[in-house]
Design a protein around this ligand. Structure first.
Ligand code: SAH
Length: 412
């Protein structure tokens, strides 16, 4: 069914022809299959930047800095030093159980816990694969919205893929999350609580074969549901909770936290100024505006070169090598000439600042698009490497449980 679209005067075909490298492979154009992509009155794919439902969950300890927690406790008529005790329970012991907080006075303890730790995530379902080394969680939020996170054990590290929004407003036609649009931004504590919940599961010995007794999430990737840079303030506060030393936060290393974006250029520039050396990933998926305009609707606002410039500036400001994500889609974006064009655009800006992660496309409901053929994949990777671009093919985990990149849609 992936019949090649060969409109002679389509700009994409001209691009393919002008590559003049004998690459006579067809050019499939993006189109939503099996579902309707939401459009504006002018017929453009709808982009939702603002959270449509303003009601956020009740405030939780993880929404606040340590100083703000102390302030809140003071307002509740309690001594500010209790903030540290409560923080230790949550960020170091991953507990919100008043029974386990024997350092707090018995009188009023339950009320205090209720006020500081309103339940945010209710587990709806847990799916396992890879011999129990990958777990996908489905969570219900206080207002019924559903989100997912995916926990993955690798040798020597444990990665959690977190969601930052319920749904997503970026409307990329190949990604399952965008199909239902944006429900709302997640709160800081809703983002943080995914990690704390995962740490509890790991501590209970429920993630594959334990390597050592003090295991916990070591790496966080903002590659679950949502566009993290469209929920900038809450996401940045969550990153602070991840890296703040215990007991204010989880005491993780910023370089083990990856913020992935579809390319919101002004927000990328803001992120570069934060002085938080997180790992930065740009979901590019096409080096030419003709294709990227169709594949990534936000490209109509910020073009390929602007997004790559912003990524390069991120490297210049932080010294952190950035990643380019590139889902390989059969006959759509996997042509050798595109690998060459991508390499050219990256090399134009310098050497050693970037690496490319091609990801074989994961199937999404209703989609007829497929991953590239293995030899095409190899050719794409080799073309980049030959041009001096470090390139690692990423085989995403959790396909069997719809937990891989682009498959998170959170239905019951
Ligand atoms: N909104 C952010 C983060 C979420 S998606 C972003 O766009 O970066 C995490 C990664 O999975 C992105 O690189 C995204 O483009 C990719 N992805 C989406 N759908 C996919 C699919 N069907 N197969 C493989 N990767 C996909």
């Amino acid at each position: 069914m992936t019949s090649p679209t060969r409109t002679p005067n389509s700009p994409l075909n001209r691009a393919a022809v002008s590559s003049a490298d004998g690459d006579a492979r067809p050019q499939v154009l993006p189109a939503a299959e099996g579902w309707e992509q939401q459009r504006t009155a002018e017929g453009r794919p709808l982009l939702q930047f603002a959270s449509p439902r303003v009601k956020q969950p009740p405030q939780h300890l993880a929404d606040l800095t340590l100083a703000e927690r102390a302030e809140t406790l003071k307002e509740l008529g309690l001594q500010p030093f209790r903030a540290k005790q409560l923080s230790t329970h949550y960020f170091q012991h991953w507990t919100t159980d008043p029974e386990r907080m024997s350092d707090l006075p018995k009188a009023g303890r339950e009320e205090l816990v209720e006020a500081m730790f309103p339940p945010l995530l209710t587990e709806v379902r847990r799916l396992r694969t890879d011999d129990g080394n990958t777990i996908k969680f489905l969570w219900r939020l206080f207002d019924g919205a559903l989100v997912e996170s995916v926990l993955m054990r690798y040798p020597g590290r444990i990665t959690l893929c977190v969601s930052s929004q319920a749904g997503c407003g970026m409307n990329c036609p190949f990604c399952a999350t965008g199909q239902a649009g944006l429900t709302r931004n997640m709160s800081t504590a809703e983002i943080v609580d995914q990690v704390v919940a995962a740490n509890r599961v790991i501590a209970a010995g429920e993630l594959g074969a334990t390597e050592h007794p003090d295991e916990r999430v070591t790496n966080i990737v903002f590659m679950g549901m949502g566009e993290p840079l469209a929920n900038y303030k809450r996401v940045m506060a969550a990153v602070h909770r991840f890296v703040d030393p215990a007991p204010e936060g989880l005491g993780m290393s910023a370089r083990n936290i990856t913020v992935s974006t579809v390319g919101l250029v002004p927000a990328i520039r803001k992120l570069a100024d934060e002085e938080l050396p997180v790992t930065f990933a740009l979901s590019l998926h096409a080096p030419d505006d003709e294709l990227r305009d169709e594949l990534i609707p936000v490209n109509n606002r910020w073009k390929v070169d602007e997004a790559i410039d912003a990524a390069h500036d991120y490297f210049r400001k932080t010294g952190r090598r950035v990643s380019i994500e590139y889902a390989l889609i059969k006959d759509m974006n996997d042509h050798a000439w595109r690998a060459s064009l991508l390499a050219k655009k990256l090399n134009q800006r310098g050497r050693g600042w970037v690496h490319v992660n091609p990801i074989p496309l994961n199937p999404t409901p209703g989609s007829i698009w497929t991953a590239s053929e293995p030899e095409v994949q190899d050719e794409f990777v080799e073309t980049l490497r030959a041009a001096g671009i470090p390139t690692t093919l990423r085989d995403t985990r959790g396909k069997e449980i719809d937990g891989a990149c682009g498959q998170l849609a959170a239905a019951e």
